[in-house]
Design a protein around this ligand. Structure first.
Ligand SMILES: N[C@@H](CCC(=O)N[C@@H](CS)C(=O)NCC(=O)O)C(=O)O
Length: 206
């Protein structure tokens, strides 16, 4: 049995939930973090010494770090539904997952915490605008890739699309400045056709 620890509004938790949903895996999601708290509980810290979500417990195997979890779940599937069987395509999926964590995750919390969790009178609008501008430069890099292939690692959807996909929902939903990026728009439209994306990611932001 797969248990996923973490509130389902978290971008990083959504990666794990989305991967499990794509694969049709039964899973139990347990609310911790955000308004639910619990991340400093010794029992949770024993799972993840970083006190962060998500964490999974798969038949006693504990794993944290959202991209590692997404890769693990994708790798369990022998059909190669999420993890390309071709080594080079798999490496490209991996590349874009790492890119997402190193290029998108840095500026995103400033925008999300600023716009969703800070009262208007306390918002640092300049910092939010600066972070949004940085993100648009990053998204343009992905847009250039998507001019060549419909999904990040090639012709087929893969785990490589998942981390950027959860952030894309936030890019398009939040009231921020968006530059015209037609290939990103087309990829995002393809993601929105996926029932698993609709169920897990297309939910109200908080
Ligand atoms: N690099 C980690 C980051 C984990 C992380 O920062 N998770 C956030 C949620 S997106 C968290 O635990 N925040 C505290 C909270 O939600 O209370 C990963 O990718 O899993």
């Amino acid at each position: 049995m797969l248990k996923i620890w973490g509130r389902n509004t978290s971008s990083n938790v959504q990666k794990a939930l989305w991967a499990a949903e794509e694969l049709g895996m039964d899973c139990e999601q347990i609310d911790v973090g955000g308004p639910f708290g619990g991340l400093d509980d010794p029992a949770f810290r024993a799972f993840n010494p970083n006190g962060k979500i998500p964490v999974i417990d798969h038949d006693g195997f504990i794993l944290w770090e959202s991209n590692a979890i997404t890769r693990y779940l994708a790798g369990l599937d022998t059909r190669g539904k999420l993890w390309p069987t071709d080594a080079r395509q798999a490496a490209l999926a991996d590349q874009w997952m790492d890119w997402s964590n190193s290029h998108l995750w840095g500026p995103f919390p400033t925008v999300i915490i600023g716009l969703l969790r800070t009262p208007p009178e306390k918002r640092d609008n300049d910092a939010i605008a600066r972070a949004s501008d940085v993100l648009e430069v990053e998204w343009a890099v992905l847009d250039a890739q998507l001019a060549k292939t419909p999904f990040v690692a090639g012709d087929a959807f893969s785990a490589g699309d998942i981390p950027a996909g959860v952030f894309a929902w936030r890019r398009y939903e939040l009231p921020i400045k968006r530059n015209p990026l037609p290939n990103l728009d087309a990829w995002y439209a393809r993601l929105k056709e996926r029932p698993a994306f609709q169920k897990i990611v297309m939910t109200p932001l908080s």
